[in-house]
Design a protein around this ligand. Structure first.
Ligand SMILES: Cc1ncc(C[n+]2csc(CCOP(=O)(O)OP(=O)(O)O)c2C)c(N)n1
Ligand SMILES: [Mg+2]
Length: 561
């Protein structure tokens, strides 16, 4: 049997990882890759509305499957995807970005083509696209087998995107050499450890845990990126160490675990008592590092004493001034599970589901919406949380047993949520995908609803219609007039699914508690997509005091001593 083409080969190798969908927009120069998808039976093409949406969808997919494939065309396509791919880099997701480029027969003659500046320079976009990735390769028939192995290995090792460019000509030519067959992602050892360093790191951590009277673990999303969420849960159950997540780590571990205290984000922590409890700990074990950015730390109000903190990063452990490296996060967590001994039990804080408030005829508000939403989530469901006011409310909402959540607490690119929900839903094998998004964010990418309808995806979408970029009002400097730039176009959101060709969707506008409850009752027995336009009063988004604005953006000249 003849060898596969270069494009078929790389697609097969990526599919071996357990990826079964490819998100993208076709285009000249990329047809070699587009056509190859049709020859790889285990891969399904997902035709996204635009390249940025495709990148966001791949990001969502990689959060569930561990890796994803994105395909765009030269210049115009790849540049449109960059914001999304950069977000995947920030959130440590191995997204393989395949880009088709002009044939060597064009490049070698220096012919000018479209999707370029008319000067025959074909090297302009590669460095730009590469900057959103941790590794790159230009595949040819001669190097495809070796280069594909290198790129996959490095993207998985660093858990970051990879840029793979294939010319239209090379994509259609057969690989030279003996093709390799890969294994699923969860069977791959992604990073190695130095045995002495690992032993020393494990001894340091276990000794410090034995001495500690009041230890606490802080869980970050990176644990899940290396497929270690279950191992972290096992460690917590065996030691009974109490734990918190950060907003960025929320949904990584089951919030119904008895050891779960809440979400630690400095002064914005939830529930009451969590901040003091974390800051009083004599040992903080940070599983998966700490995303030390203002969105994740209550505007840098978290307090971690380096002398009392041990941080388990992707490939190194820090205990005060001691650095252990290279030690892979999976080796460290497995080692800790083996050595686990119960730590002193201290009274845990029991976070509660938000209280039910609001009578049937009351207008909807955040206060009466989130408790009802919380009670609709069931084991196996995933919750996608867009950046905006909903992110702050949902960080403080207890996730029921078996519910995971995803957000972009670091990159924070609005519009991510809608396509990411498509990716999450496609990657999942059971449970519903819920999306909570503000109206402003949704306007950036709502054309992806048509893609959901086309592929029969059945998410539950809540669009919070306050008519404004609400969170921008909250964090903008208080002034005596509304900012025109924070006001939105008056969209009839609940009409979108029908206009976008979504069949069998339940789409409604809800403005009162009774209307919301009725819609939620209808959802339970509904086998189809759900789209609720939830009317939220714009008055909820009151500006924070000027002092907050200054703390967040640090604009005032500091008081000299
Ligand atoms: C791509 C991008 N553009 C602009 C911003 C700045 N931004 C952050 S939040 C936000 C408003 C979100 O408004 P909406 O989705 O309506 O949610 P709300 O806060 O009103 O609930 C904006 C414009 C951003 N984060 N990302
Ligand atoms: Mg809004």
């Amino acid at each position: 049997m003849s060898n596969p083409t270069v494009a078929e080969y790389v697609l097969c190798r990526l599919a071996d990882l357990g990826i079964s969908h490819i998100f993208g927009v076709p285009g000249d120069y990329s047809f070699g890759i587009n056509d190859a998808v049709e020859n790889v039976p285990s891969l399904r093409w997902v035709a996204c509305a635009n390249e940025l949406n495709a990148a966001y969808a791949a990001d969502g997919y990689a959060r569930v499957r561990g890796a994803a494939i994105l395909n765009t065309t030269f210049g115009v396509g790849e540049l449109s995807a960059i914001n999304g791919v950069m977000g995947s880099k920030a959130h440590r997701l191995p997204v393989f970005h395949l880009v088709g480029s002009p044939s060597e027969r064009i490049k070698y003659q220096g012919l000018a083509t479209h999707h370029n500046l008319g000067d025959g320079d074909f090297g302009r976009f590669k460095p730009i696209s590469e900057s959103a990735c941790c590794v790159s390769a230009e595949l040819t028939p001669d190097n495809a087998i070796e280069e594909t192995e290198r790129v996959i290995r490095e993207a998985l090792r660093q858990s970051m995107p990879a840029y793979i460019t294939i010319s239209e000509l090379c994509g259609r030519q057969r690989v030279i050499g003996v093709p390799k067959v890969g294994v699923p992602l969860d069977q791959i050892k992604r990073q190695g450890s130095d045995p002495e360093e690992l032993a020393a790191a494990l001894t340091e951590i276990t000794n410090r845990l034995t001495e500690a009277r009041q230890p606490v673990a802080v869980v970050e999303a990176l644990v899940a990126r290396y497929g270690m969420a279950e191992e972290a849960a096992r460690f917590i159950s065996r030691t009974n160490i109490v734990f918190v997540t950060t907003p960025n780590g929320k949904g990584t571990l089951d919030e119904s675990m008895p050891e779960f205290l809440g979400v630690y984000t400095g002064e914005g922590s939830w529930p009451e008592g969590v901040c003091d409890r974390v800051e009083a700990a004599d040992l903080v074990l940070a599983l998966g590092g700490l995303a030390n950015v203002e969105l994740n730390t209550g505007a840098w109000s978290t307090r971690f004493d380096p002398a009392k903190t041990i941080t388990i990063n992707d490939r190194w452990v820090q205990a005060g001034g001691k650095i252990f490296t290279p030690v892979a996060i999976d080796d460290v967590l497995r080692g800790l599970v083996e050595r686990a001994q119960p730590v002193p039990s201290v009274p845990a804080i029991q976070p509660q589901a938000p209280a039910m408030v609001g009578s049937p005829d009351e207008r909807l508000t955040s206060a009466n919406l989130y408790p009802r939403l919380q009670r609709m989530l069931h084991a196996g469901d995933s919750l996608v949380i867009e950046t905006g006011t909903c992110m702050f409310h949902l960080a403080k909402t207890l996730l029921p047993r078996g519910v995971e959540s995803h957000s972009q607490t670091l990159w924070g690119s609005i519009g991510w949520g809608t396509p990411a929900a498509l990716g999450v839903a496609m990657a999942k094998t059971n449970g519903r995908t819920w999306l909570v998004t503000g109206d402003g964010s949704h306007q950036l990418t709502y054309n992806e609803i048509a893609v959901m309808g086309r592929y029969g995806i059945k998410p539950v979408i809540l669009v919070l219609n306050n008519g404004i970029y609400g969170v921008e009002y909250v964090v903008a400097e208080p002034v005596d007039h509304p900012h025109e730039y924070n006001n939105l176009a008056n969209v009839q959101y609940h009409l979108i699914p029908a206009a976008m060709g979504c069949r069998g969707w339940l789409a409604r506008r809800v403005g009162t508690v009774a209307e919301l409850e009725e819609a939620f009752a209808a959802i339970s027995g509904h086998d189809g997509g759900v789209y609720l336009e939830v009317m939220i009063p714009p008055e909820e988004s009151q500006p924070e005091p000027a002092a907050y604005f200054n703390r967040q953006y640090k604009l005032s000249t500091p008081e000299p001593a």
